[in-house]
Design a protein around this ligand. Sequence first.
Ligand code: 5GP
Ligand code: MG
Length: 186
Amino acid sequence: MPTGEVVFSAAQIQERVRALAREINALLPEGIPHAVIALKGAVFFAVDLLREMDREVTIGFAAASSYGPNTDSAGEVRLRLDLLGEVRGRDVLLIEDILDTGLTLAALRGALRERRPASIRVCVLLDKPSRRKTRVSAEHVGFTVDERFLVGYGLDCGEAHRALPDIRAYSPEGEAASPGTEEGES
Ligand code: 5GP
Ligand code: MG
């Protein structure tokens, strides 16, 4: 598995996730929220976060693909929303892996808003504010990071490295060709 320098260790991540869970629980209205997990990158984070929140919750999924298998967001976002679940009237917690240019989150927020939820809160594991191309933000942020491309804990590079327990700077040195796909799915 490789790859570069560890940016956040598994222990650091777990500690931050616990704090986020407390923060979100304190601000989400009472009742049963609907968590929307953005595939695929947020899966590891969402499972840990929802367990830590330790409350009744329903879940749905959204997938956002940007074109191109490499490390750059191409700007065009395609959404798949067929597993979203019923959102109307619900308190929605959207769980995303990383907020970069913001184009993905803007598209997801827009799609959710159209479905008339009672409220929307967004929780992202990582935020790269310096890369923003559109005005969008998350109510809950795990870690604010610089512009480096990161992998691990759900984050991929061409579908590789998602299962790393920590978050690392991606380093191509000495890596075999990654099992990439034509179209990068988040
Ligand atoms: P945005 O639309 O905000 O530019 O892009 C968000 C998506 O880009 C994320 O959900 C993720 O799939 C991808 N992305 C942005 N920065 C990184 C990064 O540092 N590492 C990885 N693995 N994916 C990233
Ligand atoms: Mg990705």
